[in-house]
Design a protein around this ligand. Structure first.
Ligand SMILES: NC(=O)c1ccc[n+]([C@@H]2O[C@H](COP(=O)([O-])OP(=O)(O)OC[C@H]3O[C@@H](n4cnc5c(N)ncnc54)[C@H](O)[C@@H]3O)[C@@H](O)[C@H]2O)c1
Length: 314
């Protein structure tokens, strides 16, 4: 199988690329390294890396012409500056349109997308959130542009799956609270946690579903990939402290959430569990421990967030 992975040098994309290469697939990555680490991808004779932006229509067209992918996994996204609406719109909307149109022209078997649970809005109407919950992405440039992109995918004539995700974590994850906790705890800086809850999913559990979707499992439309359990950020912090094997002599400070932050994100994974015959396999403390091992060996140069202010800044 030949699979084109946009954003394939990033956290999810590179973990998926590793899985596909390990099972014998050919992988073509397009990435501009905006939020990727160079060492996420190792050279491989079945891996082609195209360095450039999906917003470049010619580059996307040429990449499809040259490599004729059978399946496209569209993981590239812009989110690191909440005020860069232009950058978010360019990558997430125009970039997606480029990828979708090229995929249609080349009659790819399937396109797989990753939508953010923030598309359900800052005040979801139900918990757990079901797939029929309306999209209401206002309040975040990232969510607005990712939701517009998902709408273009719905509009296409492609066989697609849009995986809606809450919070994925694991080796190579450099956004969200876990890398920040690691950085601060290992440099003796004080920490605080936000008074929020999130549905954390370990990357290899997520890749299990995506790899099955690459093979044709699942039906056209949206799915959730989630643990179906919401953990408090404090639980994540405690798991990080445990994985580091340190002892803190005081409780971590708990702060009220920011206005652009959601109190709880809990996604209903039942459709995915049924259609993919899949269950989350990695307990939080096991996943956090593996992630901390990764940070220990690789270090963290930079963390990113789509939120206006991240718990963990000095
Ligand atoms: N990680 C999560 O918890 C989560 C949650 C919801 C949705 N998602 C979605 O999953 C996908 C993967 O996210 P991730 O967590 O791996 O983040 P990531 O930042 O590690 O990956 C995104 C990749 O896209 C690349 N990129 C950015 N702009 C580009 C452009 N114009 N052209 C080509 N490449 C570009 C980045 O360099 C990076 O490698 C994204 O679409 C994201 O919106 C992730």
């Amino acid at each position: 199988m030949k699979v084109l992975v946009t954003g394939g040098a990033g956290f999810l994309g590179s973990n998926l690329a590793d899985r596909l290469l390990a099972r014998g697939d050919e992988v073509v990555v397009i990435d501009n390294f905006e939020t990727a680490r160079r060492d996420n991808l190792s050279p491989h004779d079945r891996l082609t890396l195209i360095e450039g932006s999906i917003a470049d229509t010619d580059l996307v067209g040429r990449s499809f012409d040259e490599h004729a992918p059978e399946v496209v996994v569209h993981a590239a996204a812009s989110y690191k500056d909440p005020d860069n609406w232009y950058g978010d719109a360019l990558t997430n909307v125009v970039g997606t349109v480029n990828v979708v149109r090229a995929a249609e022209r080349h009659k790819v078997r399937r396109l797989i997308y990753f939508q953010t649970a923030l598309g359900y809005g800052l005040r979801p109407l139900e918990q757990p959130i079901t797939l029929s919950h309306p999209m209401q992405p206002g309040g975040s440039s990232y969510a607005i542009s990712k939701t517009a992109a998902e709408e273009y995918i719905f509009l296409s004539n492609l066989d697609f799956i849009s995986f809606r995700l809450a919070n994925a974590y694991g080796p190579r994850n450099i956004s969200g609270p876990l890398p920040t906790f690691f950085q601060r705890l290992t440099t003796g800086k004080p920490c605080f946690v936000m008074d929020t809850r999130r549905d954390f999913i370990y990357v290899s559990d997520l890749v299990d579903v995506v790899a099955a979707a690459v093979d044709g499992r699942g039906r056209r439309g949206p799915y959730h990939i989630s643990s179906g359990r919401d953990f408090s950020i404090q639980e994540l912090f405690d798991a990080t402290v445990k994985a580091l094997g340190i002892h803190l002599d005081h409780d971590v400070e708990v702060r009220p959430r920011n206005p652009d932050d959601v109190a709880t994100i809990l996604l209903d994974p039942s459709q995915t569990e049924d259609d993919f015959d899949w269950r989350v396999g990695t307990p939080l403390d096991v996943g956090v421990s593996a992630t901390v091992d990764y940070y220990r060996t690789h270090g963290i140069d930079q963390t990113y967030t789509h939120l206006r202010s991240l718990g963990g800044k000095d």
